[in-house]
Each structure stands twice: as structure tokens, then as C-alpha cells.
Design a binder for this molecule. Structure first.
Ligand SMILES: [Zn+2]
Length: 348
């Protein structure tokens, strides 16, 4: 039986039911060895995203977690010194996060931070991550079709992810800023989510892989990248063989969401990476499995992640978590505190 780590999942809200059974059920699939839950407080401006993630780690200690920076003030260089990005990074690592997740490169969040990804306040953070060898999972951009009226899909428009009114940075500009992070911090252990949205321009990834030894991309859909894989199959078969050490498995599924959707997504990606079978995936074209060797499958399914993040997830330091909840309580609503209190009683 294969071993899989889902390197990229989310816990978006408390939801009406407990979030703990959702991940428990997903993990009940025997081949899933562990999940990595990525907190993205910036998306909801809600620091309890980090806190909930810690509680899942306490409920299920085999779980990895990546923490996110809470945007206390905008633009990002306005954050108070005792809560700037670098300080928050150290706090998260002391609590027991296994890495950092940034959504700051998604056009909507990029607009909210109000500064370039290369701003000194973020450069300090990258420098520290590079020095510490801490893993950074970073969402950069979105599919390039989201910038054009003729090509932006309706579901992207409905989510506020159509970048048509000129107020968002361009795909090229955000990509340029991401590459600049690598130029300035060439050893940073960074994984760009969603294949860096380069399904149509994989030669750029080849160039970057040649220059930056610690760069990986993950395979979380982006359905459009799976359409690109299907449409350029022979090229991608070679690509996956050649770069198996640079590709990381994940689904990007989140709570609250239908478990069946997470399973559907899991099946498409695992069939593609782990078999030679044909499966109807995203778009019209059928997706043919890559037929990779066991060793290369292992790289993608778990070994690359373990090499980058660690063979065992870090434990939660309860005292540090309590101090964090206390310090950021000003950013929590009463409803949040109602949810947090019983969890504190149970786990802290
Ligand atoms: Zn994600």
C-alpha cells in the first residue's frame, strides 16, 4: 500500500459542526499517513485560524501544521513592532508549527497587504526562514485567465477572483516579485502552491529548478494545470520523471466542505501520480496516469515533504499557545472565544 502525506489542506472556519471529525474521517483512509493543515488567517483576517489548527494538532498529534501571519494593520509595513511578520513567525514556531504558509501572493491578498512581496518587512521574514531552513508554502498568483474578461470562469467571478478592474497587480508582476524572493534568498526552502500556475509555461519552472536547489511546487489543483498536463502529456511524463524530487502531493481541500469533494480530488491526483490508469479529471480531456516508478511516486507522495518539513510533526507547546491566545485575544470575537474556551479546557 502506498504512503501519502497530504501536504496542503485548510481549516477555514469553525463551521456549524466540529472541524475535528472532518479531518479524522479523511485520515481514516489507511494510505494517508498524515495531513498538513495550512492556516491562512490573512484570508479571513482571523487569527483563530492559527489557533484552531493547533487544536487539531493537539487532538491528532501526527498532524503537521503551517501557520500564517495575521494582518494586524495594513499596509503590512504598518504592523506594530511586537506583532510584525518576523515576530509572528517566531511565535508560531515556538508554539510548534512545522512551517509557514503565505497567501500574500494571491492577487486579492496581495492587494490587501498593500506592498510588494519584496518589501523589507517581508524580506526580513524570508531571510530568517532561509537561515533557519524553515519550510515556506506560498500561494502565488492564480490562473492567468482570471485577468481577462473573455477567459475568467464564472466561478472565479463569483468568488471575487476575476482581476478585471485594474486594481490588482498583473500576473506577470506578481510572478516577477515571487522570482525576486528566490533571487534574494536563493537557499530558501520554498514550495509554490498549484504548480506556480505554470501549466502552460513549464519551461519557466525548469529554469527556476536549475537555479534554486530548494524550490519545489505542489500539485494541488488548479484544475487548469491538470488540463495542461493532459494536453501536453508526453512532455509532462518526462517532466514528472525528471523532476520527481521537486513535486509535492496535496489536494488543497478544506473544512468546512463536503468530504466527497475532498475524496474526488484526492482520487484524481493520486490516480495521475500513482497509476497508469485513465480517469476523467478536470476539463474535457481524460487524464492518463503517469506510470512513474515506485521510488518517484514516493518522492511526490511523501518523501519530498518529509525531507523538507521533517519526518515527525512538531508537538504543540501548550504554554506558548496559551500566551498566543492571550496576546491576540483583541483580534478574536466573542463567538470565537466561545468556541475556543471549551477546547482550551479540554486540551490545554
Ligand atoms: Zn490552499
Amino acid at each position: 500500500m502506498r504512503k501519502v502525506i497530504d501536504s496542503h489542506m485548510h481549516l477555514d472556519e469553525w463551521g456549524s459542526e466540529d472541524f475535528i471529525p472532518f479531518f479524522d474521517e479523511y485520515l481514516a483512509r489507511e494510505e494517508i499517513h498524515a495531513v498538513n493543515i495550512c492556516a491562512i488567517p490573512i484570508a479571513q483576517s482571523n487569527v483563530c485560524n492559527n489557533i484552531m489548527t493547533c487544536f487539531y494538532k493537539l487532538a491528532h498529534p501526527g498532524t503537521y501544521a503551517h501557520g500564517g501571519i495575521e494582518l494586524i494593520k495594513i499596509p503590512i509595513d504598518n504592523m506594530p513592532a511586537e506583532m510584525d511578520a518576523l515576530t509572528q513567525y517566531h511565535e508560531l514556531m515556538e508554539i510548534g508549527f512545522d512551517g509557514i504558509k503565505m497567501l500574500e501572493g494571491k492577487p486579492t491578498e496581495h492587494k490587501r497587504i498593500g506592498k510588494s512581496l519584496n518589501h523589507p518587512s517581508l524580506n526580513k521574514l524570508y531571510a530568517e526562514l532561509e537561515k533557519d531552513g524553515t519550510h515556506l508554502l506560498m500561494h502565488i498568483n492564480d490562473p492567468d485567465e482570471f485577468w481577462h474578461e473573455e477567459t475568467a470562469p464564472q466561478w472565479a467571478v463569483d468568488n471575487g477572483w476575476a482581476y478585471l478592474d485594474g486594481s490588482f497587480s498583473s500576473y506577470e508582476e506578481i510572478q516577477r516579485q515571487a522570482i525576486k524572493i528566490l533571487e534574494d534568498h536563493p537557499k530558501i526552502k520554498i514550495t509554490f502552491a498549484h504548480f506556480f500556475f505554470c501549466g502552460k509555461t513549464p519551461e519557466l519552472l525548469e529554469e527556476l529548478f536549475a537555479k534554486y536547489p530548494n524550490l519545489c511546487v505542489d500539485l494541488t489543483p488548479g484544475g487548469e494545470m491538470y488540463e495542461a498536463f493532459a494536453g501536453n502529456y508526453e512532455y509532462y511524463k518526462d517532466f514528472f520523471n525528471k523532476y520527481s524530487k521537486r513535486l509535492v502531493f496535496g489536494t488543497d481541500r478544506c473544512f468546512p466542505e463536503e468530504q466527497s469533494y475532498a475524496n474526488w480530488c484526492y482520487d484524481i491526483v493520486t490516480t495521475f501520480v500513482g497509476t497508469s490508469e485513465t480517469k476523467k479529471g478536470y476539463g474535457d480531456k481524460e487524464l492518463v496516469g503517469l506510470g512513474l516508478s515506485e521510488e518517484k511516486q514516493d518522492d511526490i507522495f511523501f518523501a519530498n515533504f518529509e525531507r523538507r518539513v521533517g519526518k515527525e510533526p512538531k508537538p504543540i507547546n501548550k504554554e506558548k499557545l496559551k500566551a498566543y491566545i492571550e496576546k491576540y485575544s483583541f483580534a478574536l470575537t466573542e463567538q470565537d472565544m466561545e468556541k475556543i474556551k471549551p477546547l482550551m479546557e479540554k486540551y490545554l
